[in-house]
Design a protein around this ligand. Structure first.
Ligand code: NI
Length: 155
């Protein structure tokens, strides 16, 4: 076990994908009310920006937490290749039953990256548009805190 400065490394990746916000748990009318134009049956696309943050101690020989090439290869294999230019609802198994909102995308991408062998995954942050961003650090909410407002409109 080494003892040295713990440093966090953030790296950005990009992919384009389409999705439709729709859930079988709501009626057609409710889906339209909740998701608005994002419920368009033919989907719509985003240029997603994914920021992956990992932490670790700085290797005294290399001066690095992890080799960026190792992180790039891992993220490309686990996320970019399976997600880029895909229709998320159909082509990513996790979203056949789960609405592909960016909240859920954060959770799915975190799960795919958490076993990166060279450093500890701290956070996945996704920009869906220039105005919306979401991040997930692997935490779960315990207790009876109210779940998200199903009538909450997404801009
Ligand atoms: Ni969208």
């Amino acid at each position: 076990m080494s003892r040295g400065p713990k440093v966090e490394l953030g790296r950005r990746y990009r992919f384009a994908a389409s999705h439709r916000l729709h859930t079988a748990r709501l009626t057609e009318d409710e889906n339209w009310r909740v998701f608005g134009k994002c419920n368009n049956p033919f989907g719509h696309g985003h240029n997603y920006v994914v920021e992956v943050s990992v932490s670790g101690d700085v290797n005294p020989a290399t001066g690095m937490i992890a080799n960026l090439a190792d992180l790039d290869n891992f993220v490309h294999r686990e996320v970019i290749e399976p997600f880029d230019h895909r229709y998320l609802n159909e082509e990513v198994a996790a979203f056949r039953e789960t609405v592909p909102t960016t909240e859920n995308l954060c959770v799915e991408i975190f799960a795919r990256l958490k076993d990166f062998p060279r450093a500890k995954l701290e956070r996945v942050r996704i920009e869906e548009t220039g105005n919306n961003s979401f991040e997930y650090s692997g935490d779960t909410i315990v207790g009876d805190r109210q779940r998200g407002n199903p009538e909450g409109k997404r801009p």
